[in-house]
Design a protein around this ligand. Structure first.
Ligand code: FE2
Ligand code: FE2
Length: 301
């Protein structure tokens, strides 16, 4: 189905490998012992550890980023929007889509890893336990459904990965930025300046981020959830913005207002995988009710 797939080989044994890397890069502050503020040699050691997350990345993860950074050009990101955002592939209800996504089987260890449905439930259940609003529980359940792109033959590097703006200079806070040297956009003078093809303050909605499951699920849900939820869906992998504070020159007032929601959501996504495996059959009635409230009937995918 894909028209632009320069490689068939999938470097990651499972999509979790990328997410596990993110947890290493952005450790859970609640599980990392926060000793006294580091000074002297301790501070040097801390800096060293911070620098090394890239060097320590597994070869499979490095290869994944290499492909992602090489092939996610501005033209690619626009072409994929055209290819998928007509939403004319399937019609499915939300629970059905989650079960469909669960067909994504990979080479990960079934004893220790979570299924896609389990990850969605874990994220949503922690949001629920924390007494967050129902729209946010719904958002937690929806957030990775865009990974069904993998089931339609899209390579891993075009479905997951920390997203970044295309059409302008790359931030050096993006993971493994040296791999952008092989991206054709690096040689295009239009895209090499700080703002590239965009205007200062244009708003993130105008910025074509690298293509992936976030942009796709945002479009599936666009008219059904509040802005706060849509920001969580659309930007949950945009780590250069929500974790690193980069690309602030493009933000408008709405982006600045909603960043707090993206940040509120992130720990539920990153740090719930170690929790107990959820019982999908037991939880299903609650989620069917929630789905009936926000997404009655079938959705276009
Ligand atoms: Fe995700
Ligand atoms: Fe996720």
């Amino acid at each position: 189905m894909s028209t632009i797939s320069p490689v068939d080989k999938q470097p990651l044994s499972s999509l979790d490998e990328w997410e596990d890397f993110l947890v290493e890069r952005y450790p859970d502050p609640n599980t990392v012992p926060t000793a006294k503020p580091a000074v002297g040699p301790a501070l040097e050691k801390k800096k060293e550890a911070f620098r090394n997350y890239e060097a320590d990345a597994r070869p499979t993860v490095r290869e994944f980023y290499r492909l992602n950074h090489q092939y996610q050009t501005h033209a690619f990101s626009l072409a994929k929007r055209k290819e998928f955002l007509g939403l004319n592939r399937m019609q499915m209800g939300v629970w059905e889509a989650a079960e469909y996504l669960n067909n994504l089987v990979d080479d990960s260890d079934p004893d220790t890893s979570m299924s896609q449905l389990e990850h969605l439930l874990q994220t949503a259940e922690q949001i629920r336990k924390d007494g967050q609003p129902r729209w946010m529980i719904m958002t937690g359940f929806m957030h990775d459904l865009g990974k069904i792109l993998c089931l339609w033959g899209e390579p891993q590097w075009a479905v997951v990965g920390d997203t970044f703006p295309t059409g302008c200079a790359y931030s050096d806070k993006i993971v493994l930025p040296k791999f952008f040297d092989a991206n054709l956009d690096s040689q295009d003078p239009r895209f090499r300046t700080r703002n590239g093809i965009y205007e200062e303050g244009c708003g993130l909605d105008k910025v074509a981020l690298s293509w992936g499951h976030d942009e796709y699920i945002y479009h599936v849900c666009k008219d059904r959830l509040p802005d706060s939820a849509l920001y969580m869906l659309r930007y949950h992998s945009f780590y250069p913005w929500h974790r690193e504070g980069e690309y602030s020159q493009f933000l408008d007032a709405k982006d600045r207002e909603n960043l707090k929601w993206v940040n509120t959501f992130n720990p539920y996504d990153l740090y719930t995988k170690s929790h107990e495996k959820p019982d999908a059959a037991k939880l299903r009635p609650f989620y069917e009710d929630l789905i009936a409230e926000f997404f009655p009937g079938k959705l276009r995918w």
